[in-house]
Structure formats: structure tokens, C-alpha cells
Ligand binder design. Structure first.
Ligand SMILES: [Zn+2]
Length: 430
């Protein structure tokens, strides 16, 4: 019999530990594999150096490992920390004024005419100081942890000038350096055409391609580049020009695709080998086939279509049946989706997209991680991965989706350390 090993921390007595170990540790999951959860009752996790060194039943793990720090997760459902792979957390001000106008019956055009929309955010961000932005970003990062999210993808895109886009990416990075949250940065200079280029959008595309992309690449401020690919924003030709220039500079690609009007955004994303095509309520049958045959993840954002009161939602069932790699994200942003709750997104995906809770769990963990190229590090509870966990106060894993409107997160664990306790201190002497 081998000796008992000492570890940095033990998390024990999870009512259910959802490991996702019934599938391989890496790679996105498709079709029936989306439902392979690998649930362990009375589960435990052992941690050393921030990494998982053991997963199993509590009695097995307490026989193998000992620790001075043991956390009792009795009554809680524990999953890999959520991975929110589409967020816009760097902005200067919230836009509840526009929400108020919408509630009074104003449409998108009226709000835009009153100075609303992304350009409203751009005016505010350009006037904000580095400290102002850092304060907003820090508060937003705290909000992700409080909702059980341990890794995010974070986009710029509310500056729309070279200086303000660089500042946005710098602040996202600087705040992340002193914060537990893992943040993967994406340059989204092509989020909208700013006011001063409205008469000649191609000149703004020139600026993005010739000035912004080289500056972001030179400073190492983002790993990915994204474009808002829409006929009335950046049409197919302009989107492809920006994305190809980004590829040439060594960026990975993500694309806001087929959200408002169909434009072949999914096909473009697949053809360019993008990591993800995001939104997709207006995806074509051809787009579904293209994604299914590609490495590109279909990143679905049901919170946005819900919040905007849109009748069309992404056809998740047809995508899953066709073999697409499906992931879910919040699209947290000040205009069209002000939520950081992945559990709310799961409810919306179950009700509006007709996904099952087990598919949603895979879509918010390993598949989202794979879309960021981080599946070797996070997204499942395999040995050697970072110990990122979320502990939910739910009757069992099917309660994810069933319970909505509150925050069921009792504890968030990042790199083996509890970083957010929403209910009570769970550290105990066993
Ligand atoms: Zn977005």
C-alpha cells in the first residue's frame, strides 16, 4: 500500500462532481458526446501547485491524500469553472438610458438617432481615463468570478480609434495581471464604423488593417482578432479583408456572424479557419454544413437575442445534429446583453435553443475552452489541468437551467484557491 501524499488542498463531499471525464481531456465535443458528463457522487478533488492531482470518491481520495486545508462541499454540485468565451467587459459607462427608451417603445433606429448604440459607448470610452476604465474592468472581472466563471475571452471594440483600442486592450491585460480570472484578449477594432468615417467606411477598414492591427501585434496586446460581420456594418468583402490581414499578422480569428441579417458569416469563418463563429441566429443551411465540417466552434449567445426581444434564435438542435462543435457564452456588454451569469445563459439555451442541461454544461466548459485553445489547461477535471471549479447550491446537476433568476454559485475556485464565497465559509477541519 502506497503512502498517503500531502497536497495543498482537498475539496471533499461534493454532492455531485461533474468531471466531464467520460470524454477525452482535450478537443471540442460534438453530437452525442456533448452529453458525457462523468458525474461522481460524494466527489472530491486534490490540488497541488494549483493543478488537479486526483479526482474521485471522497473516501478514495482521503485515503490517498492528506491536506491541512480541506473544504467541505456538502450539498453542492461542483463543475469545472465556467468558460465565458465571448464578452465585452471594457467600457466606460452602462446604457440603461437606451434600455429605458426601448421599454417605452423606441426602436433601434430611434435609439441610434438619439446618439445611442456602440457609438454612444465609443464617445464615453474616448473621454475616460485609464483609471476609470480599470475600475470598470476590475468590477466586471469580480462579477465573472461571483457567477462561477474562471476564464473569459475579453474584446476591445468600444474605442474605435487606434489610441483608445490600444488603451482598452492594455487595461484588460493590466487588471488581469492582478486578478485571479484568466483573460484571453481579442482585438475588435472592427466592431462598428465610427462617426468620423461614416462617409467612407473603407478608410476605417484601412485604419484597422494598416495601423491598428500592426500596433496590437507589435505590443502583443491580443491573441485574436474579431469583426462584426454584418451587411450594414462590415460587409463580406470588408470583413474578409480585415480577417485575412489579421491572419497574416499571426492572430487567431473569431467572428460576429449571421446575427441580424444572413451574410454567409459562418461560411466565411469556417473557410478562414476561425476559432469561433458567434451569435448565428440567421445562419443558413450551408453555414451549418460548413461549420460542421470545420474546426470552427459555433458560439451561441441566447442572452442577446432574448434581451433584444428578437424572435429568431440560433438553431442549436440542427447544429448539434449536423455535428457542429457548439459552445455558449454571455456576450456580456453594456448595450445588448448586460448579464455575466452563465447559469442564466444555460436556462435560456434550454428554453429558447432546446438544448439539454448536459449539452449546456459541455458547451460552457470544455467546448468554450477548446474555442480559446485552452482545452489542455481547463474545461474538464482531468489530472494535470488547472483546478478551476464552481460549486453550485442546487439539488443535482439538472438544476442548472431549472433554477434561474438568482445566483446559485456558492463558491468559485481558481487555480486551487477559493476566490469567491457567496454563501458561507466552507473551510473545515475534517
Ligand atoms: Zn459580441
Amino acid at each position: 500500500m502506497s503512502a498517503v501524499e500531502t497536497v495543498d488542498a482537498l475539496y471533499v463531499h461534493a454532492r455531485e462532481l461533474v468531471t466531464l471525464r467520460d470524454g477525452p481531456p482535450t478537443g471540442s465535443r460534438r453530437g452525442a458526446d456533448l452529453a458525457k458528463l462523468g458525474v461522481i457522487e460524494d466527489g472530491a478533488v486534490a490540488v497541488r501547485g494549483g493543478r488537479i492531482v486526483g479526482v474521485g470518491k471522497t473516501d478514495e481520495l482521503t485515503a490517498r491524500f492528506r491536506s491541512e486545508r480541506t473544504f467541505d462541499l456538502s450539498g453542492l454540485v461542483v463543475l469545472p469553472g465556467f468558460v465565458d468565451a465571448h464578452t465585452h467587459p471594457v467600457f466606460a459607462k452602462t446604457r440603461q438610458d437606451e434600455f429605458h427608451m426601448r421599454c417605452q417603445g423606441a426602436d433601434y433606429l430611434q435609439i441610434a438617432q438619439a446618439g445611442g448604440g456602440i457609438l454612444n459607448s465609443a464617445r464615453a470610452l474616448r473621454a475616460a481615463s485609464r483609471e476609470d476604465l480599470a475600475a470598470v474592468v476590475r468590477r466586471n472581472y469580480d462579477g465573472f468570478l461571483a457567477n462561477g466563471t474562471t476564464t473569459i475571452e475579453a474584446k476591445s471594440g468600444y474605442g474605435l480609434s487606434t489610441d483608445s483600442e490600444l488603451l482598452s486592450l492594455e487595461v484588460l491585460g493590466e487588471v488581469a495581471e492582478e486578478h485571479p480570472l484568466t483573460v484571453a484578449r481579442t482585438f475588435l477594432g472592427a466592431h462598428e464604423v465610427p462617426e468620423e468615417y461614416r462617409a467612407d467606411p473603407d478608410r476605417y477598414v484601412d485604419l484597422v488593417v494598416d495601423e491598428m492591427l500592426p500596433a496590437v501585434a507589435e505590443r502583443g496586446l491580443a491573441t485574436s482578432c474579431d469583426v462584426f460581420a454584418e451587411p450594414k456594418v462590415f460587409d463580406a468583402a470588408r470583413s474578409e479583408r480585415i480577417l485575412r490581414a489579421a491572419l497574416d499578422r499571426g492572430f487567431r480569428l473569431r467572428v460576429h456572424a449571421d446575427e441580424i441579417e444572413p451574410m454567409g458569416g459562418a461560411e466565411l469563418s469556417a473557410r478562414l479557419g476561425a476559432d469561433s463563429a458567434d451569435h448565428l441566429p440567421r445562419i443558413s443551411d450551408e453555414g451549418i454544413r460548413a461549420l460542421a465540417a470545420s474546426r470552427t466552434t459555433a458560439m451561441l449567445l441566447p442572452g442577446t437575442s432574448f434581451y433584444l426581444g428578437k424572435p429568431a434564435h440560433a438553431p442549436a438542435r440542427r447544429m448539434i445534429e449536423a455535428g457542429c462543435a457548439v459552445a455558449l457564452a454571455t456576450d456580456f456588454n453594456p448595450g445588448s446583453c448586460y448579464t455575466q451569469s452563465m447559469t442564466l445563459v444555460v436556462t435560456l439555451a434550454c428554453v429558447l435553443l432546446h438544448m439539454t442541461p448536459e449539452e449546456c454544461i459541455t458547451a460552457t466548459t470544455i467546448n468554450a475552452a477548446a474555442s480559446l485553445g485552452l482545452d489542455g489547461e481547463i474545461g474538464t477535471l482531468h489530472d494535470g489541468k488547472r483546478c478551476d471549479l464552481v460549486a453550485l447550491d442546487l439539488p443535482d446537476w439538472r438544476g442548472i437551467g431549472y433554477v434561474f433568476g438568482g445566483n446559485p454559485v456558492a463558491m468559485t475556485v481558481k487555480d486551487g484557491e477559493p476566490v469567491c464565497l457567496n454563501v458561507h465559509d466552507l473551510e473545515s477541519e475534517l
